[in-house]
Write a protein that binds this ligand. Structure first.
Ligand SMILES: Cc1ncc(C[n+]2csc(CCOP(=O)(O)OP(=O)(O)O)c2C)c(N)n1
Ligand SMILES: [Mg+2]
Length: 760
């Protein structure tokens, strides 16, 4: 059906105008906020505490790294040290203006964000029981105040313990300072890939909105990060007209003037204010505004307004906070190579902590002596936290795999999330089976999606052209008519953001199924797929759950050449943390896709364009096939051929040919590459004594090499001849038919290699 809006050729002379972008409009100060009742005195004092905690924490890290402070005589500091001294006003001003149950995403310079998020989460705990639950075993009996003090100490302890790589750290020492996350407090993770969290923040916000959670996502990003492609994709993603309401995300750019050493103004961008970027994405400039990051009260005020806009369905918001990092990019940088003393002094003269201290005294909230006491108390807490963390437990090397996979699924959810009948826009229909009960593979894909969307309203499908058009290969046809645009929608051509938003949405409770049209385009997504989706669980100490499925396709054989014909499965099998599935048959694709959607781990689900038009028997019922279980398709005694995806069909044809010659081939389909069912493979190869692996990818570094290696390890004594692989040539897929034919393993090539193996 054509879209609601016709785009007609209207060529009237006119001008494109942008509303002005405000700069530094906040004219208030602590006094005005206190006297107008917009800020309570305790809130202002809490801001001082949180900023002191960050500054003291960072100064301690600096001293440990420099060897000036040795918590224990044999102590040696390892790990990155990106300190945010000077930027405390943005972390605290921002986090104090959102709710404890709202989310943040953070950066490599994220100790401050993490300290602030946990600090304000604790302030939001109103009962003693909640505090005791957080403190855990060490909880002293006591009144609310002493429990709150103890909880703050535990928070600082666990933050420092993560920096030092300890089991008691928030991520059990798997992430460290650059990847600290704190899920109980809504901290979705720091990110050592500059800009890496942009899409996750947009996805988490999209998830919050679609799940009706009334939460906002405050995404801290650096000035350098705004120049990365993913920033552009995420801004556009969050501003899409097709979303019925604005996505509740606040991008808070902490413009500390430099990337590592590249200067924002006058060097690596063409603009003076990064807020200007908002003008390209929607008609309200993303409500962009420039604020002072050196004034926590100003940041609090602006983020408060931004959060209110987001909650009213008017997000996203882009805020640029001008700020400065006093120290080098890391502690091996003394800044002299690229910035002047004059510049440094100018910023240090408007220090955010000095500023709030003076304001608190000036407006009668604290006396000078009380300020000094508070500073001393915070130094003591940080010193305690450091000693505690140094003495905490080193992770046991035997637990190195802990936290990689989650063993839960959504299998037992019953009817809790079932899509209500009245939300269905069309009838649930099944594809008509032929007399043998067969349907096309692509219809099996859409049936799996339909059943899972019906069973669980947290399942949404999106990707390029998957809505009205039904996807480039028709595998999602019919879904939008039943589930509507809220759950089946076209994505912008932003592959990285497609994967990144799926990761973010899954971390807040959605079960997205996103499509990347051709596996060739997965290369556009590699940070989001390989560094974010794959790693977020392990790196965050096994605490994040990412039930996202990325469906994609392999093609070839149509003259589409180098960028639309590759078989890049090894790119995703290489990164620990992703399950990878590659079914060949219609019956398998349905059962495995349903299992992938129910799995609580991220899954890359590889369909094959040639298989889409193959028919197979597919039960018209709810069934799943467990991931990680191979299938012996044809039994034989002379050799085992292991093949997956489309190559399985060719291997089966080869087996037919060979049977006529009296060679009995056992054909085995792993179906799932990660996890690989080594037991079934080893049992077969031990029986036949010969193994051939067939795959469409080029030889070097292919997944078949991994299978071959596992076979040699497990079946060495039973092997009569070396394991062989039939693969594509080590060239990009060529276009010309004779070249492409030579490149993709043929039935004849497979048969010939089996003859070699059996010595005929
Ligand atoms: C994708 C990527 N490119 C480069 C780096 C190396 N690097 C780490 S931090 C950084 C500067 C980031 O600048 P900005 O976003 O302004 O954050 P800031 O360090 O100023 O807080 C660079 C280049 C990285 N970690 N990730
Ligand atoms: Mg910067």
């Amino acid at each position: 059906m054509p879209k609601d809006r016709d785009v007609l050729p209207l060529f009237e002379k006119s001008e494109i105008t942008f509303p002005p972008i405000p700069r530094f409009v906040f004219e208030g100060n602590l006094g005005t906020e206190l006297s107008a009742g917009r800020m309570a005195p305790e809130t202002a004092v809490a801001m001082l505490h949180a900023m002191l905690a960050i500054r003291n924490f960072e100064e301690t890290v600096e001293q440990m790294k420099a060897g000036k402070f040795k918590p224990r005589p044999d102590f040696r500091f390892i790990g990155a040290t990106h300190l945010s001294i000077g930027q405390e006003g943005t972390a605290v001003g921002g986090v104090s203006a959102i709710r404890a149950d709202d989310y943040i995403t953070s950066t490599h310079r994220g100790h401050g964000h993490s300290i602030a998020k946990g600090f304000y989460w604790l302030l939001g705990r109103t009962s003693e029981d909640e505090l005791r639950a957080f403190i855990g075993d060490n909880a002293d009996p006591g009144d609310y105040e002493s429990l709150a003090e103890c909880a703050l100490q535990v928070h600082l302890n666990r933050t420092m313990a993560e920096l030092l790589g300890k089991e008691e750290g928030y991520c059990r020492g798997r992430g460290g300072g650059m990847h600290i996350a704190d899920f109980h407090a809504g901290h979705l993770g720091a990110n050592a890939i500059v800009g890496g969290s942009y899409a996750m923040a947009a996805g988490a916000a999209m998830g919050c909105w679609k799940l009706g959670l009334d939460r906002v996502v405050l995404s801290f990003v650096g000035d350098g990060a705004t120049n990365n492609g993913i920033a552009h994709e995420a801004y556009n993603w969050a501003c899409q007209d097709q979303f019925e309401q604005g996505i509740p995300v606040i991008f808070l750019v902490e413009n500390n003037q430099y990337g590592m050493t590249g200067q924002q103004v006058g060097e690596v961008t063409g603009i003076d204010d990064l807020a200007q970027r908002g003008a390209g994405y929607n008609e309200v400039n993303m409500h962009a505004e420039v604020i002072s990051g050196m004034d926590a009260v100003a940041v609090h005020e602006a983020v408060g307004r931004a959060a209110a806009l987001c909650r009213a369905g008017k997000g996203p918001v882009l805020l640029e906070a001008k700020t400065y990092r006093y120290m080098g990019h890391s502690l091996s940088d003394d800044c002299t190579a690229y910035r002047s003393q004059t510049e440094e002094d100018a910023w240090e003269n408007i220090d955010p902590i000095d500023h709030i201290k003076r304001s608190l005294v000036q407006h009668g909230v604290l006396t000078d002596e009380q300020v000094v006491e508070r500073c001393q108390a915070m130094s003591k807490r940080i010193e305690n936290a450091t000693i505690w963390a140094v003495d905490a437990t080193d992770p046991d090397p035997a637990d190195i795999y802990e936290g990689l996979w989650v063993d839960t699924t959504s299998e037992g959810i019953g009817d809790e999330y079932r899509t209500p009948e009245d939300e269905l826009l069309g009838e649930i229909t099944y594809t008509r089976r032929d007399r043998q009960g067969r349907i096309l593979y692509r219809h099996a894909v859409s049936e799996a999606l339909m059943e899972e969307m019906l069973r669980d309203r947290r399942v949404i499908c999106y990707g390029e052209d998957i809505a009205d058009y039904g996807g480039a290969f028709g595998a999602t046809r019919g879904l939008i008519e039943v589930f509507g645009r809220g759950r089946v929608f076209n994505a912008p051509i932003s592959e990285a953001c497609i994967v990144g938003t799926a990761a973010g949405a899954s971390m807040v409770g959605m079960r997205p199924v996103a499509e990347i049209m051709y596996i060739d385009f997965i290369l556009m997504t590699m940070d989001q797929t390989g560094n974010q989706l794959a790693k977020n669980r392990y790196m965050f100490g096994g605490k994040a759950t990412l039930p996202a499925v990325i469906r994609t396709t392999i093609g070839g054989g149509r003259g589409y050449a180098g960028q639309h014909s590759q078989s890049l499965e090894a790119i995703v099998t290489q990164v620990p943390g992703l399950k990878v599935v590659a079914p060949a048959f219609a019956g398998d694709v349905k059962g495995l896709l349903k299992a992938a959607i129910r799995d609580d781990n991220p899954v890359i689900f590889i369909e094959h364009q040639h298989c889409y038009t193959e028919k197979g028997e597919v039960p018209e019922e709810d069934y799943t096939i467990p991931l990680g279980v191979a299938n012996v398709i044809r039994e034989g005694s002379d050799a085992t051929v292991i093949a997956y995806s489309y190559m399985l069909l060719r291997a089966l044809e080869a087996a037919e040919l060979l049977a006529e010659e009296g060679i009995e081939v056992e054909v085995l389909d792993p179906r799932t590459l990660i996890p690989l069912d080594e037991d079934t493979i080893a049992a077969s190869v031990s029986k036949t004594g010969r193994a051939l692996i067939v795959q469409q990818a080029p030889y070097i570094g292919c997944f078949g090499e991994h299978i071959a290696h596992r076979v040699m390890e497990r079946c060495w004594g039973d092997l009569k001849v070396p394991v062989r692989i039939v693969a594509a040539h080590d060239v990009p897929p060529p276009m010309a038919a004779p070249l492409e034919e030579e490149n993709i393993p043929s039935v004849e090539k497979i048969a010939a290699r089996v003859r070699d193996l059996v010595g005929r």
